[in-house]
Design a protein around this ligand. Sequence first.
Ligand code: CIR
Length: 257
Amino acid sequence: MFALTRDVSDSINGCELTHVARESIDVELARRQHRAYEYALERAGCRIIRARPAPDLPDAVFVEDVAVVLDEVAIVARPGAPSRRREVDDVAEILGRSRDRQAICEPGTLDGGDVLIAGRSVFVGRSVRTNEDGIAQLRRIVEPLGYRVAAVNVRGCLHLKSAVTSISEHQLLINPEWADAGDFARFDLVPVDPSEPNAANILSIDGTHIYSSAFPRTRDRLQACGVTTIDLDMSELAKAEGALTCCSIILREPIVE
Ligand code: CIR
């Protein structure tokens, strides 16, 4: 497996923020935390492929948002925040070397953080970043390939994957205040501890679960369900409103380097 990542940009203190107040980010500490994240990805069996650094693009580390990758096709996103649109070029170029590539076009907007893939189901959040046109374009690209797209509502957070992520094929971690549990009725749902609203983002790769050390109560809930986590301190990227899934794109097919 491969994980596409991108270094923390020098300009990260100019990042987009929607639901969190601006706090100073220690860039060097953010880089160390990001390296530890890459190391955890390696422990999970991924080979790291880094996109070229983009020092002038503050949010470039959050590669998840710029593409949605399925085995059959890479869909280049059109981020809802105009400041993030130039992030797509390098990542699209890398992905296009090894697979068919499609793109979300104006007037559609779509952030990869709003797309949760569970088997052949593709859940897309209607969020501040992803609009109906973006969802319709995604549907037109993936449904002919045998995927089923379900648009779901998200509230109170940035992206769908701030509210719900996969633990395994059958199990999701969810903040039911931010996404409706009824939209995910066929899954076993593990709700976050109510005192930890941001705790629903877990990065699960073939049975290895990478998680933030900021959410001990929810981690206890996960452990009670038999889910053991690799815990990382991601304090600096959390100040940029980023979580764990945001910092990589996981691919099963090789990338041509
Ligand atoms: C943004 O607002 O776009 C970035 N500061 C954070 C993006 C986090 N990405 C994600 O949740 N997928």
